[in-house]
Write a protein that binds this ligand. Sequence first.
Ligand code: ADP
Length: 420
Amino acid sequence: MLLGCIADDLTGATDLALMLTRSGMRTVQVMEVPKPGALLDGFDAVVVALKTRTCLASEAVDLSLKTADALLALGARQIFFKYCSTFDSTDAGNIGPVADALMQRLGVDFTIACPAFPNNKRTIYLGHLFVGDVLLADSPMKDHPLTPMRDSNLVNVLQRQSKHKVGLVPFATVAKGPEAIGDAFISARARGERYAVVDALTDMNLYDIGTALADMKLITGGSGIAIGLPSNFVRRGAMQATPAPQTMIAPKGRAVVIAGSCSEATRGQVAAAIAAGMPAFKIDPLGLIGGGISVAAIVAEVVKTPDQRPVLVYSSADPAGVRAAQAELGRDRAGQFVEQALAEIAEALVGAGFTRLIVAGGETSGAVVQKLRLSTLEIGPEIDPGVPWTRAVGRDLVLALKSGNFGGRDFFLKAWSKLA
Ligand code: ADP
């Protein structure tokens, strides 16, 4: 194993595993801290999916360190801490505390922070993160139920979360290529900075930054920055590039979309699926908690849908709907309550013979995978940037775990065509 990755949520892990697979690394995704002697031979990269984006910082640090130790014991030469391309976090963490702790554990005093993912329209200029053509703080991320992002300047955002000094490698330097970027890291270190937020506008920038990272023991960033890492290992003769899969053979059985993300992209996908006639069941957290509807009743309705078409179960609501639920239940309780309900629905549907699942939402996917007790996912073909089909190893189940923000408007309609 060459590259050991620690992802702070599940869909982010899948997105990263896909990126590495597309760039020629044989990659496996596991859902828990690998045990000593875990059977992960034959893979160039191991991505461990944690659920540490929104838990207590101390818990996130503890799990991330345990994961780093396990990956190093399995032979990882480089550790990559992966977070969301919209830098999802709060002033309490967890990006800064986890990165600080990993630096200490790996005995290094410098790393980068680069969530840029130009293919998904996340770019960084002068430390400011853009989502599409607006700044992060003006994007729908300002209304995220768990990690509202209201400051676009990543140097400042990370500085509030870290004990160490945060600097910037600006676009003018990045544009000059790998050598200039490497020199900028040396200068930043000499100034006492322990993090450099690195600007990136294009994949070319990411390749160049990746080249400059060949000898960096710890890297932090979004999945975009991973595109430049595999070729470092190929160049050094440590691995050969393997072609990425184009389709995935799926078990017979019914299909369901479970959407717990309230992101704008997911709400658009829900609307498009309903407009196209997909049978849809809406979960209202207040109705659920008040006893007006029950998980069992929803499952019974879904199973009863007459033909074999995919079915949609969603809790996705607009910001006003989310606010109403949160006012009644509190932010964390509302989130956990909906996640659990959707996970129970997924479990019951799998028990009833559903074998093809799309899950929308990072936290939601984490809850579903936990409930289904899935431990290892093989990475299949890409549906849209950042989202592959995956097969649960040892189970009759394929899943597409989609970060809320990801995918085109027709995602819930077109994804099935990549299954054979
Ligand atoms: P994303 O990938 O878009 O961030 P997540 O699943 O990670 O999606 O986060 C969405 C959070 O919002 C989850 O905790 C989910 O349970 C919660 N949620 C979903 N629907 C509602 C709703 N109608 N009201 C309040 N919270 C909700």
